[in-house]
Design a protein around this ligand. Structure first.
Ligand code: HXC
Length: 259
């Protein structure tokens, strides 16, 4: 794993820290690092949920333009798969995730945030997909995930114009879920994820998969995905513990014993 992306774990919550001052421009090393960090966070039993964090000043100002500037069409045919891999790795991480956004979340940075389950933004944060101003379009899932999150017209406005979206507007259109003072962003995101530590990991995983996979297919297929995942949870100890506990007038809550 690269030093530019670190997985730090405390009390059941993993933090994927992007650390490339001054703007956390996402070069290929970071993109590979994000894939590795997501894989590790997904596999580790001591990680129940994940915060993605770029530090106190900036989330990420996008893919590294200086690295891309000299790339040809054929270079990008090869490289573009990686651009989608690092956001897909985050979106497919089988645990709750939240982006803790300070400063700028632009281009690939905004796409990293879009690949998380939730987004907490600083009141002075600025999000956007300014790729159009570089003569390109979002390439790490932005055209797809932004439209699914805020609807096609709002996504087109943001992508066509390349304008920056302030935190209040982002909250109003559902691009972020909470806005707090900058100094509270990380702690707020961590607290959101800490509630899942000790929770029923397999049910959380199934809930995330049912919602995300269901959004990609027609309703009947989505209901079938839900049905199979629902039935599968009857093989878990969490399900047995949770229901027995309720019936015996206990707390009625599944634990993080797993399987
Ligand atoms: C490479 C970048 C960068 C980037 C900033 N820098 N963003 N380098 N790639 N995406 C560098 C600047 O060149 C500068 O380096 C230093 O960081 C500080 O940036 P400034 O521009 O001086 O800071 P400021 O005036 O505060 O403006 C901040 C900013 C602006 C608004 C974020 O830097 C900006 O517009 N950046 C580009 C945003 C963008 O277009 N993102 C989309 C990228 S394309 P020096 O050496 O001069 O100090 C993309 C495609 C996605 O993401 C495809 C899939 C991943």
């Amino acid at each position: 794993m690269t030093d530019l992306v670190r997985l730090e774990v405390a009390d059941g919550v993993g933090t994927i820290r992007i650390d490339r001052p001054p703007m956390n421009a996402l070069n290929a090393e970071i993109q590979h690092g994000l894939v590795d960090a997501c894989r590790e966070a997904g596999e580790r039993k001591d990680v129940a949920a994940v915060v993605v964090w770029g530090g106190e000043k900036v989330f990420a100002a996008g893919a590294d333009i200086k690295e891309m500037e000299t790339m040809s069409y054929t270079d990008m045919v090869d490289h573009s798969a990686l651009l989608q891999d690092f956001t897909r790795a985050l979106a497919r991480l089988p645990k709750p995730t939240v982006a803790a956004i300070t400063g700028y979340a632009l281009g690939g940075g905004c796409e990293v945030a879009l690949a998380c389950d939730f987004r907490v933004a600083a009141d002075d944060a600025r999000l956007g997909q300014p790729e159009i101003l570089l003569g390109i379009i979002p390439g790490a899932g932005g055209t797809q995930r932004l439209a699914r999150l805020v609807g096609p017209s709002r996504a087109k406005d943001i992508v066509f114009s390349g304008r920056f979206v302030g935190a209040e507007e982002a909250l109003a259109i559902g691009l972020v879920d909470r806005v707090v003072p900058a100094a509270e962003v990380y702690d707020t995101a961590r607290t959101m994820m800490a509630r899942y530590a000790g929770g029923p990991a397999y049910a959380l995983r199934a809930a995330k998969e049912a919602i995300d996979r269901g959004l990609e297919v027609d309703l009947d297929s989505g209901l079938e995905i839900e049905r199979m995942l629902f039935a599968g949870l009857f093989a878990t100890r969490d399900r047995a513990t949770g229901m027995r506990s309720f019936v015996e007038k206990g707390p009625g809550k599944a634990t993080f014993e797993g399987a």
